[in-house]
Design a protein around this ligand. Structure first.
Ligand code: ATP
Ligand code: LTN
Length: 337
């Protein structure tokens, strides 16, 4: 069910580390910008974060989870317009994931590139890592979601969710699952590592590598250091279609943060040496993150407020998820409780 005529949006971020500018421009920025047009549900996907249990330190995990929730608010998600909650607070996610597990072909899961990249040849990874897309499908399908705003790396998982929903609807027509669409931003959907532009900027890499990412809560001096030492090349091609991967990454980031057109950016920086582009990008990044950091600082002083938002969010989320879960159970022939 949606509010009025508005379509539903659902998305989430894992509390696996410090949020970076890729998470912001690829996902959270567009959540905030489209807030008025949709009925929005934003989740901190803490159950997904334990799919690599070696990386979980219970004390830090709790703090990181609340940090991500506070950053949603600091990035402009307004609890009056959007529901914000923690995935583990709504039991239907795990319950629906079990039902979907039984309906998801194993072969589809083996084909997921994120699983292959994260598992490598390690046979002792937890089953949850393989099963990750099924839990993600449960997240999305429980809310009869129309649109899923994510970065490009999640496209395959949304395809999986669509295929699974279609399969469930065919096997159990009463399920009536809504087939969701990905919503991928035209620019900033795949920000690359500043230290290595051949890999996607990622929270987990940033945990151990300084200079890999721009953290949303980084001090201006750290932002400057990371950008000024970003990998570039010896050519002097500050043009979108001719630049090497490092420079292209800086240009793309500049484009999203400045809102300028490619032509304007090329006119400003081509033939100028990369120093000028880097300095201008530092200014844009610091200016974009300043209000986020100011709001975040305010929120750390009102823990009760954040917890109340999450409690109310979970209540609303639960009321929607329970209905869809019941519909799926009923369609499959379970006896009603
Ligand atoms: P991890 O390293 O733990 O996998 P991550 O940095 O890849 O973390 P996620 O929690 O997997 O972040 O992703 C949260 C959201 O941010 C998703 O919508 C994802 O597509 C988006 N996202 C992640 N990294 C980038 C990136 N480098 N550029 C653009 N969007 C990104
Ligand atoms: N897999 C996503 C996080 C995620 C998600 C979701 C995103 C879990 N469930 C539902 C959108 C909708 C990631 O970013 N790594």
């Amino acid at each position: 069910m949606t509010v009025g005529q508005k379509q539903r949006v659902f998305s989430g971020v894992q509390p696996t580390g410090k949020l970076h500018i890729g998470n912001y421009v690829g996902a959270i920025k567009q959540w905030a910008e489209h807030q008025d047009s949709y009925d929005n549900i934003f989740c901190v996907v803490d159950l997904h974060a334990v799919t690599i249990p070696e990386a979980v330190d219970p004390k830090q995990f709790r703090a990181k989870t609340l940090e991500v929730a506070a950053l949603y608010l600091a990035c402009g998600i307004d609890p009056a317009k959007s529901t914000i909650f923690l995935q583990s607070h709504v039991a239907e996610h795990s319950q629906a994931a079990w039902l979907l597990n039984c309906l998801a072909p194993l072969g589809w899961l083996y084909r997921m590139t994120q699983f292959k990249a994260k598992a490598g040849s390690n046979e002792s990874v937890g089953t949850g890592l393989l099963d990750y897309p099924v839990l993600m499908a449960a997240d999305i399908l429980l809310y009869d979601t129309h649109k899923v705003p994510v970065g490009e790396d999640q496209k395959q998982h949304i395809e999986f969710t669509r295929d699974l929903a279609q399969r469930v609807n065919t096997m159990f027509p009463g399920a009536g699952l809504v087939i969701p669409e990905p919503m991928i931003p035209p620019a900033g959907a795949r920000v690359m590592g500043l230290d290595d532009p051949t890999v996607k900027m990622s929270k987990s890499i940033a945990e151990t590598k300084k200079g890999h990412a721009i953290g949303l809560l980084d001090a201006p001096s750290d932002i400057k250091k990371a950008i000024m030492s970003a990998q570039t090349d010896s050519a002097n091609e500050a043009r979108f279609d001719h630049a090497g991967p490092g420079v292209r990454n800086l240009l793309d980031l500049y484009q999203v943060l400045s809102g300028q057109s490619r032509e304007e950016i090329e006119a400003e920086f081509h033939g100028q040496g990369y120093g000028k582009l880097k300095k201008a990008l530092v200014e844009r990044a610091v200016a974009a993150l300043e209000p986020v950091q100011a709001r975040y600082a305010g929120l750390t002083e009102s823990k009760d407020y954040l917890e109340a938002i999450l409690r109310q969010g979970a209540e609303r989320a639960r009321s929607i998820a329970a209905r869809t879960h019941a519909r799926l159970r009923d369609a499959m022939g379970f006896v009603a409780p």
